[in-house]
Design a binder for this molecule. Structure first.
Ligand SMILES: [Zn+2]
Ligand SMILES: [Zn+2]
Length: 160
């Protein structure tokens, strides 16, 4: 699996230290689990990682371009998204027994991998309906013409 790695070694010895991160990765291998939707081009992450004492807080925003098929007109459209993301990574070398919390991620070694988290946020951010635009008129139920390109000629009239 792809990794979106951030090496935090140089802030590990100092509580309060933080790292500015401005990275870009190709979206190859990031699958959105949503038919018709995919990431196009690079995925960017800009933010900071801070040593908060035994744990590291990664806060920033993801930028990506989503390519999707409109649920209404079936056309392909592209939308740029900017999604805030925050994750807490806890060092596991001598973590508490039975440590199992949902709100933090386990950190082993000195590299944070944001790939699964970025993928998760991209999926959560997808709207229930993928639309090329709020005003998309869809296709004519009768002849299948794209009504965004003007009224069709089959005689079917849709009065919105
Ligand atoms: Zn559409
Ligand atoms: Zn029609």
């Amino acid at each position: 699996m792809r990794t979106f790695a951030i090496d935090i070694e140089r802030i590990m010895s100092e509580i309060g230290a933080s790292l500015d991160v401005d990275l870009k990765w190709t979206s190859e291998g990031i699958v959105l689990d949503r038919p018709g939707a995919s990431v196009s081009g690079d995925i960017g992450y800009r933010g900071t990682v801070s040593n908060v004492g035994g744990a590291y807080a990664a806060t920033g925003s993801i930028t990506a371009s989503i390519e999707a098929h409109c649920d209404r007109c079936l056309g392909v459209y592209r939308q740029d998204v900017k999604i805030p993301i925050t994750r807490i990574f806890v060092e596991m070398k001598d973590g508490p027994e039975g440590f199992d919390r949902d709100d933090v991620e386990k950190l082993e070694g000195h590299v944070i991998d944001l790939a699964p988290h970025i993928r998760e946020e991209l999926i959560l951010n997808l709207p229930i309906k993928l639309l090329c635009g709020e005003a998309c008129k869809g296709i004519c139920p009768q002849c299948g013409a794209d009504l965004n390109k003007g009224e069709c000629t089959c005689g079917n009239r849709i009065d919105a």
